[in-house]
Design a protein around this ligand. Sequence first.
Ligand code: ZN
Length: 144
Amino acid sequence: MYVCKPTSSDPEEPFSVTRASANPKTRRFEDRLRQQQRHLESSLLTAVQQGRQTVADDTLDVADQAVLSYQKEMIFSQGTEGHSQLSLVRLALERLHEGTFGECLHCGRPIGDKRLEALPWTPYCIDCQEKVENGEIDDVVRAA
Ligand SMILES: [Zn+2]
């Protein structure tokens, strides 16, 4: 009698078994973080170059200078924003190597996969992020 063997290729075979030391999820986050790091570094460089060009030009009337100083401010704030994100990315890469990636820096709870997918460099879980934004807890990253 011919019996079908449903167990031969069971689709519910557990795939969560750790096969190798390298965690594929960690690797994926590392790739994304490195990509973001390169992106931020190159856009910061551009901001600095633009800033230099703007500063170098001093043959303008008052109205132009007003526009320019506004632009300089914009470039500056873009630069600082890029800078703080870059340090977040670097810190996240450090945590990856230390094995603490994915844990909230404040409360130590898991940040959550969805949040990490969207913001792999985030140091806080959603609850603590809100508290940081409301000034209820100190931003350890910014304080560092
Ligand atoms: Zn937290």
